[in-house]
Design a protein around this ligand. Sequence first.
Ligand code: ADP
Ligand code: ZN
Length: 525
Amino acid sequence: MHGESHSAALEVLRDVFGFEHFRGPQQAIVEHVSAGGDALVLMPTGGGKSLCYQIPALLRAGTAIVVSPLIALMQDQVAALVQNGVRAAYLNSSLDFQGAMAVENQLRAGELDLLYVAPERLATPRMQALLEQVPIALFAIDEAHCVSQWGHDFRPEYRQLSQLHERFPDVPRIALTATADVPTRGDIIEHLQLQNAALFNNGFDRPNIRYHIAENQGNTREALLRFIRDNHHNEAGIVYCLSRKKVEETAEWLTRQGLTALPYHAGLPPEQRQHHQSRFLREDGVIVVATIAFGMGIDKPDVRFVAHLNLPKSIEAYYQETGRAGRDGLPSDAWMAYGLQDVITLRQMQEGSVASDQQKRIEQQKLDAMLGLCEIISCRRQALLRYFGDTLDHPCGNCDNCLTPPQTWDATVAAQKALSCVYRTEQRFGVTYLVDVLLGKSNERITRFGHDRVSTFGIGNELSANEWKALYRQLIASGFLSVDMEGHGGIHLTQEAKPVLRGEITLTLRKPVKAAARRRSKSAP
Ligand code: ADP
Ligand code: ZN
């Protein structure tokens, strides 16, 4: 029996998809689901999740129902399947009434092996009634982290998927995600009722990706250009920026420097986006400069680098975005430059959103965790994997902290000065103002508030303005200070600041790197 289903699965892999061998845990997953078992699959981007449900869909009687949140992704998958001769279709808002009716008829007639459905549509009474009438091979829930409020991409429609198990208790379900921290994983199991499902955790490590995170040294664009020229001449890459304006400016600037750099964001006309995406996929050495609108569902194996010119809003977002590099397993880079302004902008965006207070708190914690990853002085990969509940028992040797251990310094006294300056100026000013006070720079505002007479005025001449700024950023990242959301980014002390001020703990921090570029060698990891 076991051998039989194995060979059947392998036959489908070869005959339908044209691959010789299963990858990693694919075979075990395919066999488990084909035999009617439930599964939760954690596998990094590019690991080959799709086959895990597509092959069981072909091996089992009836139609497999695939829930997927992204219309573009559905269309690509269905097109690829149809090309391989698989009977697949989708139902989503891009179809008109007649188109949807035609698909429904195919489903009723038993003419579909796979049907991709948007989550909000699956929950409709019409769809539920339809599903009651046909044999269902399995339910596949892609991007399963969308069910969790802890996930970085919560979609309320996903919550209704809990009904599937109640309504169709005999139909196997397979949930898949490439990004789930520990609480998110718990949420997926709870909300999708996967308590008895087999867990296939393929680990989150992407050993071929070299991580590099640096603070802004003023001219980020120059640093980016140097990084690309030194390491990725004529290779494909993605550069992420936070705003549309910055996307356009950066693409233009890189183009003027002689690179092929195309902008991509949701504000561009669809034809232009499509055009830039297809050039990225087809031509060599194209760089796409994009907001996060770009990347989901783009299957380009030889993206050699992903650069961030701004801080991502969470470790999951960082992991997912950097994960688009090196799907082919060859050495690739994840390069990031970030600054204090990113933290302030992201916090203001979060605060200005319509999300609930609870949601905002979660987002704030995620951003803090991301900052923590930036500021650590130990192996980044270990920290990244720890965040996802995986362990790596030795430093990776393929991240900036491993390759060039950061210099550290005893920042206790400086931190005391920085924190007490916040306190003496009544906890409502931003970093620039505080640094001026520490350096004893009198200006109209400072004299107006009488802060040229506080005890911390002019006590900070041992550090430069930039060094103080870096220190403040680290103090914020480490949770000693907190940025006010409303207003102008004034900062205040947190509970954690007290032991530092009292001299009860010492602080060892990363020494700010001087602008000198760190060249990397091209050796394999
Ligand atoms: P994920 O959804 O996990 O990001 P995909 O299912 O899109 O990954 O697969 C990533 C790429 O790997 C695709 O190009 C796919 O065709 C390819 N792939 C998947 N499984 C295999 C396999 N067993 N052998 C060869 N290529 C595979
Ligand atoms: Zn490392």
